[in-house]
Design a protein around this ligand. Structure first.
Ligand code: HMG
Ligand code: MG
Length: 309
């Protein structure tokens, strides 16, 4: 912790190539995806979620997962993560050389049904062999809890349900659990309430926060999470993103906006803001449209201001 009561460093899980590109209406060419990930890798991330090995019928945008993974540089200082919903997904990920996988479920039944066509209990049945094999192969395993604040179909979600699903993911052997505001409705008071409960049960270092910025509250929620002791955040370069099975899910918190805040707070990330902006700009050119990140649109800072404290 710094003197200001914030973590001294934050690890960012860059999810743009997965959470961002899964929601694009058009198909982004495989080559553009690979260049995007290479640009991000050059910006200094330690973790990039590169794709999903899900059903290509469910998410056609990521049907080229194997080709993308095959083209990526394998570096010991860069964890390439892929989403897998079941054993078939894990098998495909292993064949593609992936050594870190994420399983995903939610705190609400209706969303889980729409997203993976399973109940929450059935999703855990599907994860059991995935976790066992991941453990045997020495893979890093992440778990996601979606709809941690509200469900697009059921409304508000009770924090105790989030804690229960989180606990089941840790029981499976997840090294880290990411708590998702899938439809971007949370405000800092919601974050305080949820984290007050979660941090009684789980160490802060094993939790990540995953905010979508649908209503512009993601950056405020990051500050609330930092003050509670969270030091891992998911974000998406350019602010791309959303979930095809969550109506109203806007883009993820933009990585540029997150790094700008952290740089100004004097919290170390190891990631170059300019490097991320360059990767986002190149992707925006190949997609033929601007990306929503505010910091990206502002065009950077002519004279860097340095930490505010
Ligand atoms: P299903 O149709 O119930 O599955 O889908 P199934 O087991 O009956 O299989 C149906 C067909 O899919 C079969 O093919 C399987 O082989 C195939 P067929 O015999 O008909 O030709 N199949 C697969 N193919 C490739 N890879 C696989 C795979 N599995 C089955 N892994 C399933 C169930 C879970 C597979 C499907 O619903 C699915 O893939 N869903 C993924 C949905 C998704 O990716 N959502 C977005 C990610 S979650 C998210 O964005 C939230 C997050 O960002 C956090 C937050 O914001 O909160 C993480
Ligand atoms: Mg998401």
């Amino acid at each position: 912790m710094s003197a200001a009561g914030l973590p001294e460093r934050v690890r960012i899980m860059e999810v743009g190539p997965r959470d961002g590109l899964q929601n694009e209406p058009g198909v982004v060419p495989t080559g553009a995806k690979i260049r995007f990930i290479e640009g991000l890798a050059g910006a200094g991330f330690s973790d990039i979620e590169v794709t999903s090995f899900v059903s290509p019928r469910a998410v056609p945008q990521l049907a080229d997962a194997a080709e993308v993974c095959a083209a990526l540089p394998k570096r010991s200082d860069l964890r390439l993560v892929a989403l897998v919903p079941n054993e078939k997904g894990l098998e495909r990920a292993l064949e593609a050389g992936i050594r870190a996988v994420a399983v995903f479920t939610a705190a609400s039944e209706s969303f889980t049904k729409k997203n993976v066509r399973m109940t929450i209990d059935e999703s855990f049945e599907a994860f059991r062999p995935v976790a066992a094999r991941a453990h045997k192969e020495g893979l890093w395993l992440r778990g996601y809890v979606s709809t941690a604040f509200a469900c697009p179909y059921e409304g508000a979600v009770d924090p105790s349900r989030v804690a229960d699903v989180t606990s089941r993911l840790f029981d499976l052997g997840a090294h880290e659990v990411s708590i998702g505001d899938t439809i971007g409705v949370a405000v800092p008071a919601d974050v305080d309430r949820l984290l007050a409960l979660l941090l009684k049960r789980f160490p802060a270092g094993k939790l990540a926060m995953h905010f979508h910025d649908t209503r512009g509250t993601a950056i405020a929620n990051v500050e609330a999470s930092l003050r509670a002791g969270i030091s891992v955040f998911d974000s998406s370069a350019g602010g791309l993103g959303g979930c095809p099975y969550a109506p109203g899910a806007g883009g993820n918190l933009a990585t540029e906006d997150l790094i700008y805040l952290l740089d100004r707070l004097g919290v170390h990330t190891g990631v170059s803001l300019e490097g991320v902006m360059a990767a986002s700009r190149e992707l925006a050119r190949s997609m033929g449209r601007p990306l929503p990140s505010k910091v990206l649109q502002a065009g950077g800072v002519m004279r860097p201001l340095g930490p505010a404290t």
